[in-house]
Design a protein around this ligand. Structure first.
Ligand SMILES: [Zn+2]
Length: 151
């Protein structure tokens, strides 16, 4: 089965029949099943196609997790900034997609994440959550607590 935008819309529509869409800051306190729609951007925002519009038309606010130090895209490049603006206009939200696999110290990792969030916020979008591209072992082993970590 190959991916189609039509099927993506059908999938989300089916999910909306039983679950309420929420964003990361609003995960708790619901009396019916909820879901969070998130996208980790590993290769650039130019590959989103029609997904952001389909989500917005269905009333779903998705969270797009952006990397600061990607080998494949620069969030400050003009095309990426335009894409971020497009997502913002559609009402979507943003998070940091941190790539920090070699960090072994919790304080060092927390400082690095705060720095990445600070840099990413310079694109003009508010950063309200964090996910990991390649989680460090201290994260996988649940040895640390990091603010705004949702994934
Ligand atoms: Zn990733």
């Amino acid at each position: 089965m190959s991916f189609t935008y039509s099927f993506y819309g059908e999938l989300l529509s089916a999910l909306l029949k039983t679950h309420q869409p929420v964003t990361f800051p609003n995960l708790k306190g619901h009396d019916r099943p909820v879901f969070v729609l998130r996208h980790d951007i590993d290769y650039g925002l130019e590959f989103l196609g029609e997904m952001p519009e389909i989500e917005a038309e269905l009333g779903i606010v998705a969270t797009y997790f952006i990397q600061v130090g990607s080998l494949f895209y620069n969030p400050f490049a003009v095309d990426q900034l335009r894409a971020l603006e497009r997502l913002k206009t559609l009402g979507h939200r943003f998070g940091l997609h941190s790539d920090s696999p070699d960090r072994t110290d919790a304080d060092d990792l927390n400082r690095f994440i705060e720095w990445e969030k600070s840099v990413l916020s310079k694109t003009g979008v508010p950063i309200e959550a964090v996910s990991f591209h390649q989680p460090p072992a201290i994260v996988m082993d649940n040895e640390i607590k990091i603010k705004d970590i949702n994934t």
